[in-house]
Design a protein around this ligand. Structure first.
Ligand SMILES: NC(=O)c1ccc[n+]([C@@H]2O[C@H](COP(=O)([O-])OP(=O)(O)OC[C@H]3O[C@@H](n4cnc5c(N)ncnc54)[C@H](O)[C@@H]3O)[C@@H](O)[C@H]2O)c1
Ligand SMILES: [Zn+2]
Length: 339
């Protein structure tokens, strides 16, 4: 299946097809040189399958994990492009999870004021969430996504075959963003989780539908609010508390989706939905975080991008599929921590 994300100055084709990463030229014309950016933990077989399709393609490998979203690695990639004489008509292909996508996308957006950019997301998080929407960034002084841009890949190749080697914990971590998509805007997607959470794995007959529905939901929201002025904020369901938990644990111990999962349960006030969420997330082996330091979390929220003065925009879901934004006093957030 294929659809297009239509934006003011750009558009992204999203191709969702098993096996597509092995024959990219069947889908588009790569009339330029190719640099594949990947991390040193992505299996060689995946890298080889992509590189072998292009004469003279260069592989630029970055260290796995969040630390690659740094000025140093960013600078090294730019230097690599320059030394190899890449022009703005040449291609950067991101092959990896959300880290590689954010980093390679930011490089593509700034190299010679923007070169061609294609994405092959290989983690569930990247396939479900980060590969569309155009947010690209690196971190600075310990602050996540502090330096970035909006830059949309011209094509995104979503191939669930690439997920076979992804660790289980990362697999479920990414699926949390799909569950979030169901909660905020797609009740049928939520029902899929309710019915099949127990047996969801890389071979699940529902996986492609879950990814596709999540991407279509995000497309719909991003097309209406490209630069996150209003509607797009609903994508942050569970994220206000989630980000505070991430900061509390210094971005270690728990992954992003796991923190968001805990944030969704904590902020949910409808008891029935809260119970469903907890059941689904337990079946998806998501760890529950306990003994949170409320004072510290409140401090982190005061420094959150979504805070202004003493208030913060939070996303509420009283009815599955119908999220809304509510301005809340940050001190009142204590009630969600049970204090
Ligand atoms: N741009 C956006 O809209 C957006 C949205 C959400 C998250 N993000 C960003 O995404 C990042 C997190 O993404 P992530 O969870 O994919 O992390 P990640 O890119 O670090 O990938 C997780 C781990 O899985 C490994 N991996 C990925 N694909 C694999 C495969 N097919 N086989 C084996 N191993 C594989 C990676 O090497 C890494 O060790 C964060 O930096 C976050 O800020 C961006
Ligand atoms: Zn998220």
């Amino acid at each position: 299946m294929e659809f297009t994300v239509k934006l003011t100055d750009a558009q992204s084709r999203v191709i969702i097809q098993k096996g597509c990463h092995t024959h990219l030229k069947d889908y588009m014309d790569f009339n330029g040189r190719v640099m594949v950016v990947s991390d040193d933990n992505i299996p060689d077989s995946l890298k080889e399958a992509v590189l072998s399709q292009f004469d003279g393609a260069i592989l630029a490998e970055v260290p796995q994990g969040e630390k690659a979203k740094s000025f140093e690695v960013y600078g090294d990639l730019l230097a690599n492009l320059l030394e190899n004489g890449f022009s703005r008509k040449d291609f950067i292909i991101a092959l990896g999870g959300g880290v590689v996508g954010d980093l390679a996308g930011f490089v593509a957006s700034t190299y010679k004021r923007g070169c061609r950019f294609v994405s092959i997301p290989t983690s569930t998080l990247a396939q479900i969430d980060s590969s569309i929407g155009g947010k690209v960034a690196i971190n600075m002084n310990g602050i996540k996504n502090c330096v970035g841009n909006f830059y949309h890949p011209e094509a995104v190749f979503v191939d669930t075959d690439t997920l076979k080697t992804l660790e289980k914990r990362h697999f479920y971590n990414g699926l949390v963003e799909a569950l979030k998509a169901g909660c905020i805007r797609d009740a049928e997607l939520f029902s899929l989780f309710k019915a099949h959470a127990e047996e969801l794995d890389v071979n699940s007959p529902y996986l492609e539908e879950i990814i596709t529905r999540s991407l279509l939901m995000k497309r719909d929201v991003v097309q209406q609010d490209e630069k996150e002025q209003n509607l797009r904020k609903i994508l942050n369901f569970g994220h206000t508390i989630g980000h505070a938990i991430e900061s509390l644990y210094n971005l270690k111990d728990y992954y992003h989706g796991e923190c968001v999962a805990n944030g969704m349960i904590m902020i949910e006030e409808n008891e029935e939905i809260k119970k469903d969420l907890a059941d689904i997330l337990e079946k998806m082996r998501i760890p529950f975080v306990t003994d949170l330091d409320t004072d510290k979390c409140i401090e982190f929220m005061k420094n959150d991008k979504k805070a202004s003065g003493s208030t913060i925009d939070i996303v509420k879901v009283d009815c599955i599929g119908q999220a809304y934004i509510e301005k809340t006093d940050i001190e009142e957030m204590r009630k969600y921590f049970g204090s």
